[in-house]
Design a protein around this ligand. Structure first.
Ligand code: 5GP
Length: 120
């Protein structure tokens, strides 16, 4: 399936709809989730047109991959959640529960997060 350039995060990247930005570099953008699940809930996305972790890990170049991974850590430290701990998660595809078809890393923190997840 081809990347859908009309997905909501592509529109955010093009500046067509607003976001509450927390971080940006040449390859990566991060912003607060519009419907936060935890005290801190940030989405970290690559600027390139990658649908999912599967697509990104196959097709992104090493600079893009390093930028995304380093950005997640940097954002966590800047938001003050690194010391007490946080969680990163990416939903991939149908079984993963992915709603927006542009790779995004959820960064959850600012509170105790409990155990992992329950299957549907
Ligand atoms: P997924 O289920 O695809 O892993 O997560 C999609 C996430 O995107 C959800 O947590 C949802 O709240 C968030 N989201 C959906 N639309 C928007 C939007 O327009 N702006 C922002 N900031 N977050 C959004």
């Amino acid at each position: 399936m081809a990347y859908d350039p009309n997905n909501i995060f592509a529109k955010i990247l093009r500046g067509e709809i607003p976001c509450s930005m927390v971080y940006e570099d040449d390859h990566t953008l991060a912003f607060h989730d519009i419907n936060p699940q935890t005290a801190v809930h940030v989405l970290v996305i690559p600027k390139g047109p990658y649908q999912s972790w599967d697509d990104f890990s196959t097709n992104a170049n090493d600079v893009e991959i390093a930028a995304l991974i380093r950005a997640v850590g940097k954002i966590a430290r800047e938001l003050g959640v690194a010391e007490e701990g946080y969680r990163v998660l990416s939903n991939i595809g149908e079984f993963g529960g992915q709603e927006v078809p542009h790779l995004h890393i959820h960064l959850f923190g600012g509170q105790k997060l409990g155990r992992m997840i329950k299957p549907a």
